[in-house]
Design a binder for this molecule. Structure first.
Ligand SMILES: Nc1ncnc2c1ncn2[C@@H]1O[C@H](COP(=O)(O)OP(=O)(O)OP(=O)(O)O)[C@@H](O)[C@H]1O
Length: 219
């Protein structure tokens, strides 16, 4: 399957798949342009997180991936994941101090962005374990955005959020897309897939394969 076939896609997958001993996932062939966003749905356990993790090189797999025509094998792992970044549904925090997760420039930019996502000012001074799930989810998103990846792989980024916060996140991510960031966005919300899909059908993952349409409308 290919989305928007083009001469030089930003991200290209060819026959990407999980290792044979893992649950079947793939092979996937996919292209993603700069400023393109694919919405991805599928039943719980269908393999959506595994697909994103395969792309980010966080899960072992077979097949090929390119960024801007350059093979993933020519990047170091950290360099690849800096440009093709996976934002987990439950992101990891390696220090209880929030500031430890941001470089100095990003830390300066954080308050204004946090305000836009409805985070209280005090949240930035609160030890990470004492933040609410939704606060941590928004801060993890900002941590990722401030690193300016070329491709952001979003695993249910609004799952823990109320409607207002969800809309704030959607607006910010739309701005980032318009500025050129490509995204694959996993959601369980059909309404969100429609809102954020830009008129394109969302992709469905089922039995390890991607489809252009929801299961009930496929022949
Ligand atoms: N490292 C692994 N080794 C073996 N099986 C795995 C591994 N990681 C995930 N799986 C299995 O692959 C399947 C897909 O998992 P995945 O987390 O990708 O589902 P998902 O579509 O993201 O689900 P949800 O919507 O519930 O988050 C699950 O059955 C899971 O147990």
């Amino acid at each position: 399957m290919s989305s928007h076939p083009q001469a030089t896609p930003l991200l290209r997958l060819q026959q990407l798949q999980s290792l044979p001993e893992r649950p079947r996932n793939g092979p996937f062939d996919l292209q993603l342009a700069s400023a393109e966003r694919l919405m991805l749905m599928g039943a719980s356990g269908a393999g959506k997180s595994v697909l994103l993790r395969l792309i980010a090189d966080l899960d072992p797999g077979l097949g090929k991936v390119w960024l801007d025509g350059r093979p993933r094998s020519s990047f170091s792992g950290p360099a690849w994941r800096g440009q093709v970044m996976y934002l987990a549904a439950e992101p990891a925090w390696w220090s209880t101090e929030l500031a430890a997760h941001f470089d100095a420039a990003a830390w300066q930019q954080l308050p204004a962005l946090a305000l836009r996502l409805g985070l209280r000012e005090q949240a930035l001074q609160t030890p990470v374990p004492q933040l609410s799930t939704g606060e941590r989810q928004r801060l993890a998103l900002l941590r990722a955005l401030l690193r300016q990846p070329r491709v952001l792989l979003l695993d249910e980024p609004t799952a823990a959020l109320d409607e207002d916060s969800t809309r704030c996140v959607e607006l910010l991510l739309e701005e980032q897309r318009c500025a050129g960031m490509a995204m694959i966005w996993v959601t369980h919300s059909r309404a969100q897939a429609e809102r954020m899909g830009g008129g394109r059908p969302c992709l469905w993952l089922e039995q390890g394969q991607l489809h252009d349409a929801a299961p009930e409308v496929r022949p």
